[in-house]
Design a protein around this ligand. Structure first.
Ligand code: PEP
Ligand code: MN
Length: 338
């Protein structure tokens, strides 16, 4: 952390400032330039409140962190890309992993039908929400525990690993047979939940919050990894912008930056980003082109009758066409569809 001091600060005040930090256990480097004087703090600055330090000391012009606060997910401490294995499926470097299925599990018949079809098209992981975080408390809230049973039946039937959203840490036991725990956008900063899934050794698909920065997203992943679970997949699912024609705006730059900053795999969710079926396939291809390690796409056997998110769901034929297209494009990108 470095503090740039205001011009012409008296020597005594600078000495007092330095002594103060040294008494708190930091080493300091004082650099007196022709234009500016800087004081560098060396030590564990993670607990230092930078804004507070700047605002409460009138000799400081401004302060800046030099190293990022996220450490465990940072590429600088872990150069190689993390590859996460779920059963026979790889997620990360060299692969483009496709997760597909309905927004919510509606019946055993529905989920098995979709699972069989998306598997035939080439999807490697089945999604299906059982506990649904809905804006309105009156909207369909999911089939809950029963829905998880249906999803498990589809896993048994097809052999596809399954991913489903967990809403709070009390549900962890219910998710025993679920292969990947999804933490939804609305829970990205539920720190108790992040810590709890960090303490178990199961892959976590962490979605970016509706209005969270890339740094906040990485800090949430840091909670999980720092708690002991390295198996985190980051998912860019679109953010809130001023645009009203789409449900959200898919932040393609975030996919690129997340991969530059972190060693964790990054996937895109073009369905929730767009909210509109006709945008899903083009956005999925865009995600592949900018380096995403995979996508999660909502599909439904009869989108018009879906209990949740029908307008953004591909039907099974549309998904099959998308997969055929992605296979060609993945080969160009030197990635295996996984
Ligand atoms: C979902 O995947 O169905 C979902 C609710 O996503 P998000 O948390 O990104 O809104
Ligand atoms: Mn959905």
């Amino acid at each position: 952390m470095v503090f740039i001091l205001k011009p012409n600060v008296e020597k005594e005040k600078i000495e007092h400032f330095i002594l103060d930090w040294e008494q708190k256990g930091f080493s300091t480097i004082l650099s007196v330039g022709t234009e500016h004087t800087a004081v560098c703090l060396i030590g564990n600055t993670a607990e230092v409140d930078l804004d507070h330090a700047v605002q409460t000391n009138d000799i400081i012009s401004y302060g800046k962190r030099i190293t990022e606060q996220y450490k465990a997910v940072n590429r600088t401490v872990h150069e190689d890309n993390t590859i996460i294995r779920v059963g026979d499926v790889n997620i990360g470097e060299g692969y483009f992993t496709v997760i597909s299925g309905p927004c919510s599990v509606e019946s055993e018949e529905q989920i098995i039908k979709i699972a069989r079809s998306v598997k035939d098209s080439g999807a490697k992981i089945l999604r299906g929400g059982a506990f649904k975080p809905r804006t309105s408390p009156y909207a369909f809230q999911g089939k809950k525990a029963e829905g998880l049973e249906m999803l498990k039946a589809a896993k048994q039937e097809t052999g596809l690993p399954i991913v489903s959203e967990i809403m709070n840490q009390n549900q962890i036991d219910l998710f025993d047979d679920v292969d990947i725990l999804q933490i939804g956008a609305r829970n990205m900063q539920n720190f108790d939940l992040l810590r709890a899934v960090g303490e178990i050794n199961k892959p976590v698909l962490l979605k970016r919050g509706l209005a969270n920065t890339i740094e906040e997203f990485l800090m949430s992943a840091e909670y999980i990894v720092a708690s002991g679970n390295n198996n985190v997949i980051l998912c860019e699912r679109g953010i809130r912008t001023f645009e009203t024609m789409t449900r959200n705006t898919l932040d393609l730059s975030a996919i690129i930056l997340l991969k530059q900053k972190s060693h964790l795999p990054v996937i895109a969710d073009p369905s929730h980003a767009a909210g509109i079926r006709s945008l899903v396939a083009p956005l999925a291809k865009a995600a592949l082109a900018v380096g995403a390690d995979g996508i999660m796409v909502e599909t439904h056997n009869d989108p018009a009758k879906a209990l949740c998110d029908g307008a953004q769901s591909l039907d099974l034929l549309q998904f099959n066409e998308l997969m055929a297209d992605l296979k060609i494009r993945a080969a160009v990108e030197n990635k295996e569809i996984a």
